[in-house]
Design a protein around this ligand. Structure first.
Ligand code: ZN
Ligand code: ZN
Length: 81
């Protein structure tokens, strides 16, 4: 059973949308995707969110509504798992 965790903020502390990578994004699709998303603890850093990890504050999305690779994640991060 997957425990439902809190969602990370949709905008990072730098005001970048974690869905589309736009600064100060107010896109209703991003808001809807974010509200529909569920998250689990990042398996790479176990939620500690060190600087090298491409997760969002130690969380990664679990739902299929999430794109294979968020705009802010580089290709080589191996996001699509
Ligand atoms: Zn956005
Ligand atoms: Zn991580």
């Amino acid at each position: 059973m997957i425990r439902r965790l809190a969602r990370p903020p949709r905008l990072t502390f730098a005001d970048i949308c974690i869905w589309c990578g736009q600064f100060g994004c107010t896109d209703s699709e991003c808001v809807a995707s974010h509200n529909d998303s569920t998250w689990r603890i990042c398996p790479d850093c176990r939620g500690t969110a060190p600087g090298w990890c491409m997760c969002a504050y130690g969380l990664v999305p679990t739902t299929s509504a999430v794109p294979d690779r968020p705009a802010w994640a580089p290709l080589e991060s191996g996001w699509a798992r």
